[in-house]
Design a binder for this molecule. Structure first.
Ligand code: GDP
Ligand code: ZN
Length: 454
């Protein structure tokens, strides 16, 4: 990715590869009016649909289509942008792209148009990321959520937090710099209450972000258990189609089998495994190695048991082999054979669900338990959620920690330097989310809010 200040001309095919009605080449850079004139054979008017032939180097018509010219700064990237809408075939697209390269463009790197949009302040970092999230959205709810980020709602929530933090820092810094002031800034301005309000607001944003992250990327769930307990059957029952091989013989599922399902709009990526157990069978060993790898990437484990046997020493072994802190739901399967009723209970490892993978009894209980176990709060259609990435969650959590420390310091009193530093770190963490670095903003804010010129 090119550094800021790089104004070379970039070009790329903006439509997906393959054949389609229309194919679009996007070009961004400086002085593209000249390039557009050479291609079109006449000067294009800004933001007007120009229909005509796209000319090759010998004046031959490569394709006929529409040229759009967006002069800087009123374009996606903030630079001059030209779009060529031609016929959507790979050969035509290649010819047009090659023509652009002849005229001085180079191939754009992935995301480079959006990077330029960010560098030219057309959008902040959150919005830039949401462009990718919108394109990658795998459900309608996720798309809606990404669109809200692109519209700047997530950014606005972060900005409000940063603004409130700046106001509090102004107080604290002013108190630091002018200890002789009679006025007790902190007390009169109710610094503790301000801090608490910020903490509460941050907690709300963090919760909405965690939910948004679930909606966006879902969670990996790995099914473990001894052979023949019904892992593949359970996967089939959840997925409502026969993807895993179900057999009467133990040890048939030798490879991990993945299947993504959706419950209440949350993508759940299920991985059926050969079971975490010792074996001398080479093929099965390979499957087990994959199981361990899958378990390491999982956010949740389903341990499947035969309810006629209950939890055995082998099952305990499986549990002990799992990465620690990984939440586990235990499934007592085959209740149609053990005369148990479908229900949810609790054991020392967590929730237990009695069900039948064969006839589907208790599957609804499992679905609810799954959503509960991954922390989904049943938000309606992504409303009020933020399309957060891991980077945002980490930054929010880090800001939250600094605020917690700040609150403790404020409680103890007399450690204003440390308090100021924690507030600064919290603000820095938040600002990193939208990609602005506000180190010097604070000074400006102090002088504009307070008349300290004495
Ligand atoms: P896996 O090795 O753990 O994947 O087990 P499978 O899903 O392949 O199932 C092994 C056998 O148990 C198959 O014959 C299934 O039809 C049967 N089975 C699985 N779940 C149930 C259940 O809930 N009830 C009954 N009666 N049979 C089941
Ligand atoms: Zn299986």
């Amino acid at each position: 990715v090119s550094p800021s200040g790089n104004h070379d001309i970039i070009a790329a095919v903006a439509t997906p590869p393959g054949r389609g009605g229309v194919g679009i080449i996007r070009i961004s850079g400086k002085n593209l009016q000249l390039l557009a004139r050479v291609i079109l054979g006449k000067l294009p008017e800004p933001r007007r649909v120009e229909f005509g032939g796209f000319l090759g180097e010998h004046g031959q018509v490569l394709d006929r289509g529409i040229l759009l010219y967006f002069p800087a700064p009123h374009s996606y990237t903030g630079e001059d942008v030209v779009e060529l809408h031609g016929h959507g075939g790979p050969v035509i697209m290649n010819l047009l792209l090659t023509r652009c390269l002849q005229l001085g463009a180079r191939l754009a790197q992935p995301g480079e148009f959006t990077l330029r949009a960010f560098l030219n302040d057309k959008m902040d970092l959150l919005q830039a990321e949401s462009v990718a999230d919108l394109i990658d959205a795998s459900t309608a709810d996720a798309a809606r959520c990404a669109m809200r980020s692109l519209n700047g709602e997530f950014s606005a929530a972060i900005s409000r937090l940063v603004q409130a933090l700046i106001e509090l820092r102004v107080l604290v810094e002013a108190t630091l710099d002018f200890p002789e002031e009679e006025l007790d800034f902190l007390q009169s301005a109710q610094a503790i209450q301000q801090l608490q309000a910020i903490q509460q607001q941050l907690a709300r944003v963090l919760a909405a972000s965690r939910q948004g992250a679930l909606l966006q990327s879902g969670i990996n769930i790995v099914l473990v258990g001894q052979p023949n307990v019904g892992k593949s059957s359970l996967l089939n029952q959840l997925a409502h189609e026969d993807i895993a091989i179900v057999t009467e013989f133990p040890g048939t599922t030798r490879d991990t089998i993945r299947q993504s399902i959706e419950i209440e709009g949350i993508p759940l990526h299920l991985v059926d495994t050969a079971g975490l157990r010792e074996t001398s069978d080479v093929i099965e060993q390979q499957g087990i190695a994959r199981t361990h790898a899958a378990a390491r990437q999982a956010g949740l484990v389903l341990l499947v048991l035969d309810s006629r046997q209950g939890m055995t020493a082998a099952d305990q072994d499986i549990l002990n082999n799992l990465p620690q802190e990984l939440p586990v739901l235990t499934i007592y399967n085959k209740i149609d054979l053990s005369a148990e009723i479908p229900r949810i209970a609790e054991n020392e490892y967590g929730m237990v669900i009695y069900l039948s993978a064969k006839n589907g009894e208790g599957i609804d209980l499992l679905k609810n338990a799954l959503l509960q176990a991954i922390g989904w709060q049943g938000n309606i259609a992504g409303e009020g959620l933020y399309m957060a990435r891991q980077r945002h969650l980490q930054a929010l959590a880090s800001a939250s920690q600094h605020l917690q420390t700040a609150a403790t310091l404020l409680d103890e009193g007399n450690t204003l330097e440390l308090l100021a530093e924690e507030l600064r770190l919290a603000q820095q963490a938040l600002s990193a989310i939208t990609g602005e670095f506000t180190a010097d903003d604070l000074l400006g804010s102090i002088f504009s809010n307070f008349c300290i010129g004495k």
